[in-house]
Each structure stands twice: as C-alpha cells, then as structure tokens.
Design a protein around this ligand. Sequence first.
Ligand SMILES: [Zn+2]
Length: 218
Amino acid sequence: MTVRRMIDLSHTVSAETPVFPGDAAVEILVTDATSRASVAGERHMNCSRLNTSLHTGTHMDAPFHFIHDGASIDRVDLTHCIGPSLMIPIPPDVHEIDVPILAPWQNKLRVAHRVILNTGWHRRWGEPDYFTAHPVISGDAARFLVDQGVRLLGVDTPSVDRDPYDAHLALLGGGLLIVENLANLDQIHAELFDLVATPLRILGRDGSPVRAVAIVGG
Ligand SMILES: [Zn+2]
C-alpha cells in the first residue's frame, strides 16, 4: 500500500506572527477559558476572538484584492484550490523570476493548472528582511502563467511583487488565485503532488488565511 503523506504548508497564526510592515499585529482575545476559576453553577469553556489582516501568514489573494470587479474571496472557484500542483524550484540567486526560468516548465504547467514556486525564502520567515528583500515575479512571467492556463500560484514569499504590482495585476486580472507566505516547501520531495488551499468564505472581501496542505505519494 502506498502511503500518502500530508505536509502542512501553513505558518502558525498567533500574536507573534510576523505581519507586513504597517499592518496591525494579530490579536487573539481569549473570551472564556477553562483555566478560569469557575463560579458556582457556571461552566467555563475555551472561546476566543481573532483580529487580523486577511493577508496575515499563509493566505490567499482573491482577484478583488487588486481588481475592482474581480471575484471576491467567497466567490473563488474551489476546484482551483484543490488538485494536482507542480513544484518549481527557483535557484537561490534569482531576485526576479522572469519567463526564461518558467519556460522549460510550459508543458507541465498546462497540465497541472496549479504551481508553487519554491524560492527558499520561507526559510527566512521571522527574519528582519523577510518582508522587504524577497524575490519577486516579473509582469511578463505572470502573464506567461496566465497564458498557460494556470489557475493558482503559490509562493513562499510575502508577496509576488512590489509597487507598482505588475505581477499582482496580471495574475489577479487573469483570474488566478495567489497563495502567499507558504511554509515547509523543502519537505515536498515531489515534482507533482496534490494541493489543498481553501479560504474562509468571507463575503465580498479581498483575501483569507488558508490552511495549505501538500499530499504526496499514493
Ligand atoms: Zn495577500
């Protein structure tokens, strides 16, 4: 029997989770706790409230993030969030991922429809330059992915690009979903695996934290 292995591609969410410069820190307010002294006749339980940017930690950008009439996160097609995904290793000295790096993968991209780029940057999660010095994807490379029929792009960086956001505009304008801040990509030793990355169904909004999982083998 072949063993199918689950690899968690998500960072943990806590008050200590590093957030994008300018974003408020994550707040988790414990509203009730079983550790609290019980009042006679009253049962305590564990309940909490979460206050966070929708782009904290491992999360999905919906087309609406940059495109005024693009699909909001509650409207993303779940068939794009679950299924076969290709892993493309990006050499560590690459600061801008351009078409020549992706072109050799063209035929496989057309079959997989989902792709994750392992830049190795996830290893720098928590370091001071994580949000500022990460590799980016060029606008041309983004258009190349759209042209191959890719439906979901995952990266291990906090963003696919920087201002003026050519890649975000090309990808989200092409209806792709973007998953950012992926973790643990080095644990995937397969070129092709099954990906699950589903967002919360937040009405009319721009993104959502996701629990991203790679299922390998089997
Ligand atoms: Zn985002």
